[in-house]
Design a protein around this ligand. Structure first.
Ligand code: 3HC
Length: 285
């Protein structure tokens, strides 16, 4: 039996759908909440495809896949989160949007419900301060594709209690992940180290040192990275990369985090990577 019985996931994008899937796979009753019905339908398809893929590889049985799917309910009504033991928020990286959602959740959820944000860049301490339960608030940073990537970066805000951190570390393990606890500083550990690498790869292209293909080959063949840095940047989304570089630059006030001008220009042109069909590479379908 998982340590928490009911989990609500807010935001049915790529990350939210993945988080709902792994929660349901571990036996937790899961509600996936989004404002858009079309987004929820897309998430349902993504989850079904992922479960089928895992069943065809033998990672789980057809029956386990069906049970997992049955444990997830999809709703546009945020008040359905009221009985949850944990709410994981995975909405767009904008503090004003997150603020509105956390204010609503704080008013409607059980007083002892735990709150976790999947933010990749916004301070957990700052988000926790929106709620009246900062000791129950924590960061749970998952990685894309969530069903595959083993890491959950667990970020303790300034007031997160030891009991909350212990519960979330335990839950992450029950989800089949390996949690790593870090402190609340800009970019945490993952994006503080990853994003400057991707940004520097972009500088190499911008300065004409090498083509995107050549840079990616260096990392795939020389360092055994599964994806080269420019393929990975396209996979993450160039708008997300730019946003995180700006958070690092603002947070540390150090010019070493300046975003590459090519990155800024591509985002301004709507070249956001895979999701827009073009980034450092072109994508079809
Ligand atoms: N659901 C279920 N299974 C999936 C899946 C999904 N959505 N996507 C891939 N898989 C499985 C495949 O079935 C396959 O399983 P197998 O090993 O049993 O055959 C395995 O994962 C590998 O997939 P593929 O064979 O299709 O393709 P690749 O070998 O190229 O792997 C990848 C794809 C796992 C995405 C790999 O390229 C990779 O690890 N890339 C790096 C991803 C990464 O760095 N993610 C982190 C991004 S940073 C982030 O998310 C944080 C944010 O804050 C920015």
């Amino acid at each position: 039996m998982p340590c928490l019985e009911k989990v609500a996931v807010i935001g049915a994008g790529t990350m939210g759908a993945g988080i709902a899937q792994v929660a349901a796979s571990s036996g937790v009753q899961t509600i996936l909440i989004d404002t858009g019905k079309a987004q929820l339908e897309k998430a349902r398809n993504t989850i079904e495809t992922s479960l089928q893929r895992m069943a065809s590889k033998g990672t789980l049985t057809q029956a386990q896949g069906m049970e997992t799917a049955k444990r997830i309910s999809f709703t546009i009504d945020i008040t359905d989160a009221e009985e949850s033991d944990l709410v994981v928020e995975a909405v767009f990286e904008r503090e004003d949007i997150k603020r509105e959602i956390w204010e609503k959740l704080d008013a409607l959820c059980k007083p002892d419900a735990l709150f976790a944000s999947n933010t990749s860049s916004i301070s957990i301490t700052q988000l926790a301060a929106i709620s009246k339960r900062p000791e129950l608030f924590i960061g749970m940073h998952f990685f894309n594709p969530v069903p595959v990537m083993k890491l959950v970066e667990v970020i303790r805000g300034n007031k997160t209690s030891d009991a909350t951190a212990a519960k979330i570390m335990q839950l992450a393990q029950e989800l089949g992940k390996t949690p790593v606890e870090v402190k609340d500083f800009p970019g945490f550990v993952s994006n503080r180290v990853l994003m400057p690498l991707l940004n520097e790869a972009m500088f190499a292209v911008y300065e004409g040192v090498a083509s995107p293909e050549a840079v990616d080959h260096v990392f795939k063949l020389g360092m055994a990275h599964p994806m080269g840095p420019l393929t990975l940047a396209d996979f993450i989304g160039l708008d997300v990369c730019l946003n995180i570089m700006e958070v690092l630059q603002d947070g540390f006030g150090d010019p070493k985090y300046r975003p590459c001008p090519l990155l800024k220009q591509m985002v301004a042109a709507g070249k956001l990577g895979r999701k827009s069909g073009e980034g450092f590479y072109k994508y079809q379908g």
